[in-house]
Structure formats: C-alpha cells, structure tokens
Design a protein around this ligand. Structure first.
Ligand code: DON
Length: 304
C-alpha cells in the first residue's frame, strides 16, 4: 500500500472513533474546539511529505511544546540541565505533585509539568526574552513566519494556574526554581499556546529523525548525542503514564498534548504528526493513538 493510500484509509476510519474520548475541558479556550476533526502529516527522511484530513488546520500544541523548550534549554545548558531535572519515567499523571515532595523538588523528567517548568526556569536564567526566542525558532524550524501563540489560550491557562503554580512554589522551597514564578508560568503557558498544524509540526520536529539537523531549515539544532537523549526520553516519558502502552502499541519516541496532537519520530525514517481533539483518560488523543498504531503496523516501523 502506498503511504498516501495508508494515510487516506486511516483518515477515513477516524470518524468511527468520535465520541469515545473527551475534549480537554480544564480551560474554556480548549473546550470550545470542535471534537470531530482529524489530520495527519508524514515527513519521510528523503523529504517527501504526505498528508490527509485536516493536516493544515492549526491547533493548540500544548505539551508538545515541552520538547521545544527542552531543546532550547539543552542548547544553553547542555548536560548540566540533568542536575535539576531527572530522566526517569514518572508513572504518574502529567500534572501530578506527589513525587515532587518525596524527591526534594527534582522532577522525574522534563515532560511532566513540573519538569517542563524547571526547564523554562533554566531558560529564563540565560534568556531574558524566551517567548520571542521560541517564536523565532519555531517559525524558522517549521518554515512559516506567521505561526502565532494564541493569547486567549495562554491567558485562560494563566487564570487556571493553581496546580502549576503550586509545583513551581514547591520546587522553589527546595531551591530548584530561581526565577519569578509568575514570569515562568507566563512563559510556559505561552509556549503551550503555540498554534500550529500537523505539517508545520513534522517540519519543526524533523531534527528528531535527522540526528539533530532540521530538514526544513538545514540548521543543526542539537548534537546527534543530545538528539538521541531527547528521543530516549520521549520514548520513556513522552506519553506520561501511558508511555509503556505507546511503546508496545506504536514503538516510537512520541510527545502528546492535551490539544489532541501527537508528534512521533523514527530516527532515519520519518517524523509524523497526528491531531484529533478527543482525549482518553491519560490526556492522549484517541484517534491519534489509533492512527499511529495503524501507521506503525503498516510501515513495520516499531524501533524494537
Ligand atoms: O500545563 C498544563 O496543564 C497544560 N498547559 C499542558 C498539558 C498537556 O498538554 C499535557 N499533555 N498531554
């Protein structure tokens, strides 16, 4: 079956899954999204791009942005970053607070909210305007100068910031958070509010399959070693407490967001992005997971 036929088939099946999940409703700005949408983009290592459905409809990338902030922080801090944030799976929900106290304010990994907040804090120490840097970087990596951060989404997140603020303050009490909590939260929410589509995301994340070099811009983003580290962390923690299930069913490094997007990469082969807003109980897109499972099966792409 050709790659295009495969994507078309997956896309045709997606509507049969409508109703089996629930759109993120913790902020009104996300709750308003029409749940019955599906898009997929597949970028091969040879540069060939395949799309189906609403691959060019923008959505809130949410936690997918945690990979981008980690990338920026690794560029600035290198290996030192791992002294402040761990590299182990958490086995708890993305917004859980419990481990933070047991482990003296050091988050398990950079993809749970606490870890992403430490990453933003580290970024703020070396960059006075991280939001500007993020936007410029993402626009270049994705090849679209008009990518925006959705102010309504970031403001709505800020109004409902209690849990994330609690994490930041707890980490501060352990000496693992240095910047102004409010400034870090603002930056974190703005990153989460990046509004991008599947095609832009496969381009922006092409460095994951290409040893750290972005295929869109030709720019080296990270060293091959750092890229390997990010892919390893995505495999073990990218889907939080459902990472094991994703490794078994799909078998590739991946990152999900509560906007319904999931980005995945198979080094040397392809980067894929799928989007559909209805989520399962772990906060991962139902139709997105189905699509990636079908794709991995058909392309025999599990890395195991
Ligand atoms: O901080 C939050 O809760 C959201 N802005 C991001 C959560 C998210 O996307 C978790 N991933 N599935």
């Amino acid at each position: 079956m050709s790659h295009q036929t495969l994507l078309d088939r997956i896309c045709q099946h997606a509507p049969s899954l409508w109703g089996s999940g629930k759109v993120a409703d913790y902020i009104p700005a996300l709750q308003r999204v029409n749940p019955q949408q599906f898009g997929i983009a597949l970028l091969m290592a040879d540069g060939q791009l395949y799309t189906a459905g609403q691959a060019r409809t923008g959505f809130s990338i949410q936690s997918i942005s945690k990979v981008l902030s980690l990338m920026l922080a690794l560029q600035r801090h290198g290996e030192q970053l791992w002294q402040r944030v761990g590299i182990e799976p958490s086995g708890t929900a993305f917004n859980s607070l419990v481990q933070l106290e047991y482990e003296q304010g050091k988050p398990r990994n950079p993809f749970i909210n606490a870890g992403a907040l430490v990453v933003v804090d580290a970024l703020l120490a070396r960059n006075a305007m991280p939001v500007h840097t993020m936007l410029t970087t993402v626009r270049r990596l994705a090849g679209n100068p008009s990518i925006i951060m959705d102010e309504a989404v970031s403001e709505s997140e800020y109004q409902h910031r209690e849990r994330n603020a609690a994490m930041a303050w707890l980490m501060k009490s352990y000496g693992n958070f240095h910047s102004d909590v409010d400034a870090a939260l603002r930056a974190y929410f703005q990153f989460c509010a990046l509004h991008m589509n599947c095609v832009e995301l496969v381009r922006a994340f092409s460095f994951l399959m290409n040893q750290g070099v972005c295929m869109q811009s030709g720019q080296r983003i990270l060293s091959a070693r750092q890229t390997q580290q990010i892919n390893a962390l995505l495999l073990t923690s990218g889907l939080y407490d459902a990472a094991g299930d994703f490794a078994v069913r799909v078998g590739m490094p991946g990152k999900s967001g509560v906007g319904g997007g999931i980005v995945g990469a198979v080094p040397g082969k392809f980067t894929v992005c799928v989007w559909s807003p209805e989520l399962n109980e772990y906060g991962n897109s139902v139709a997105g997971l189905y699509a990636l499972e079908q794709l991995a099966d058909e392309l025999n792409s599990s890395i195991f």
